[in-house]
Design a protein around this ligand. Structure first.
Ligand code: GLN
Length: 428
């Protein structure tokens, strides 16, 4: 893996296209050759290649984080009242709002990000910034430092963002003084990170809000889902469509040269290379993510395993008894398939035994479907038993206790005596 990452980074190292961000004077003076790649697995193992410990400012990669913080603190309805979730198709610093709602189109462009800052609770700019910094630091797993030079530089040259702030105030989107809100926004953008920090942010989102290294839950699963959704549609600004087609991972870029990409359930990627394309995305960062996605099959719409893999085996220990062994993650489509197969077979058995002892995870939809299986069988004059030693199904379905067993053998024994008693078929 290390050799592979070093190799793929080296393949793109020669690309010198793109320009440093010029509109923040301090950013124009960074070393343009910096190139770091970090990858965190969902269980928190970190790979690093190249300049993975070089610090740069987080810039717009702060946007999904502050949006998530606002969602966590004031709830989705209050946030939705002020910020939309539609891709804008415009540049990140466009001075615009949605024509109808008169609110920013989404939280990934500056207008929406500035509005998101104003939704974070805090009696003063310092208090608000402290909350934001502590939150980012908890996601990354260590305290993030402010780059005071970049902060001062952007603040001095921030007319465009001020224009956005005042426009939002005039429309009633910002309740607070725009300069106070912008001050916090400039500070959050000037927090220093490494590509490894970005990989950790990515992995935390990939894990549904749990930092895999600290084990700490820093975000709720529902907030992560919303945040990743807007990253998919708006994270790469007006290049979002290209990005989703070619790379296929929720992502966010910043004009500091960073990109974070998330493969839900699997990994987080952080890249740093400060030369930007005309949309403000890192040139080498985009190319590298594209190659990683193609070569490692990371596109999130890759249709991987078909749901047949849910049914591990079907066997018949005695005539009239069928055992359906399931494994892996049991979600709606897998459970539906188990039921369909059992239904198709139902003339061939009297007792169906559903073995979920090898299932890693199950969701509510699958649980509901499977727990209905036993009553459906009963109404067809048959019997359904469940082998559920860890209680993953019966935990929420105590009615099934009577038909639940710890082992397949115990269920088969019970099935045989049921058949004896009912004498519909004679056992071997
Ligand atoms: N601080 C930058 C700005 O407001 C962030 C923009 C970006 O990273 N795309 O212009």
């Amino acid at each position: 893996m290390q050799r592979y990452l070093d190799g793929i980074r080296a393949e793109h190292a020669g690309v010198a296209d793109g320009e440093l961000a010029q509109y923040i004077p301090e950013l124009a003076s960074v070393d343009p050759s910096g190139f770091g790649l970090s990858l965190s697995s969902a269980d928190g193992f970190i790979y690093e290649s190249g300049d993975a410990s070089v610090e740069f400012t987080i810039q717009s990669i702060s946007k999904p984080l502050t949006y998530a913080l606002a969602l966590e603190r004031i709830g989705v309805a209050a946030v939705d009242a002020k910020i939309g979730v539609e891709p804008s198709g415009e540049a990140f610093n466009e001075i615009s709002v949605d024509h109808i709602t008169k609110t920013p189109k989404n939280p990934m462009i500056n207008a929406g990000a500035i509005a998101a800052v104003s939704l974070v609770p805090g009696a003063s700019p310092d208090e608000r910034f402290a909350l934001i910094r502590d939150f980012y630091s908890a996601i990354v797993g260590h305290r993030l430092e402010l780059d005071v030079d970049v902060y001062a530089s952007e603040k001095a040259a921030g007319s465009r963002n001020r224009a956005i702030g005042y426009m939002l105030q005039s429309l009633g989107v910002l309740a607070d003084d725009p300069d106070d809100v912008l001050d916090v926004y400039f500070r959050q953008c000037a927090l220093r990170v490494t590509s490894t920090d970005l990989a950790k942010i990515g992995a935390t989102l990939a894990r549904g809000g749990v930092n895999p290294q600290t084990g700490r839950r820093v975000l709720s699963a529902a907030v992560v889902r919303r945040t990743l959704s807007v990253m998919v549609t708006c994270g790469m600004y007006d290049a979002a469509g290209d990005w989703v087609s070619a790379v296929g991972m929720p992502a966010k870029s910043g004009v500091g040269g960073g990109i974070v990409a998330v493969l839900p359930g699997q990994l987080g990627i952080g890249v740093y290379s400060p030369r930007l394309d005309d949309k403000g995305n890192s040139v080498r960062g985009v190319l590298l993510c594209r190659s990683l996605s193609e070569q490692l099959g990371l596109h999130f719409l890759t249709v991987a395993r078909d749901s047949r893999s849910t049914l591990r085996a079907v066997h018949e220990p005695s005539r009239g008894i069928r055992v359906y062994e399931t494994h892996g993650d049991l979600l709606f489509s897998g459970a539906e398939q188990v039921l369909r197969v059992a239904d198709r077979d139902r003339d061939d058995f009297e007792v169906a035994i559903l073995d979920v002892s090898r299932v890693d995870d199950i969701d509510d939809a699958a649980r509901a479907l499977l727990s209905g299986m036993s009553s459906a069988l009963r109404s067809a004059g048959k019997v359904g038993y469940l082998v559920d030693p860890d209680g993953i199904v019966i935990r929420s379905e105590p009615d099934l206790q009577a038909v639940c067993f710890h082992t397949v053998d115990a269920a088969v024994d019970e099935a045989r005596s049921w058949l004896d008693r009912n004498r519909r078929v004679s056992p071997h």
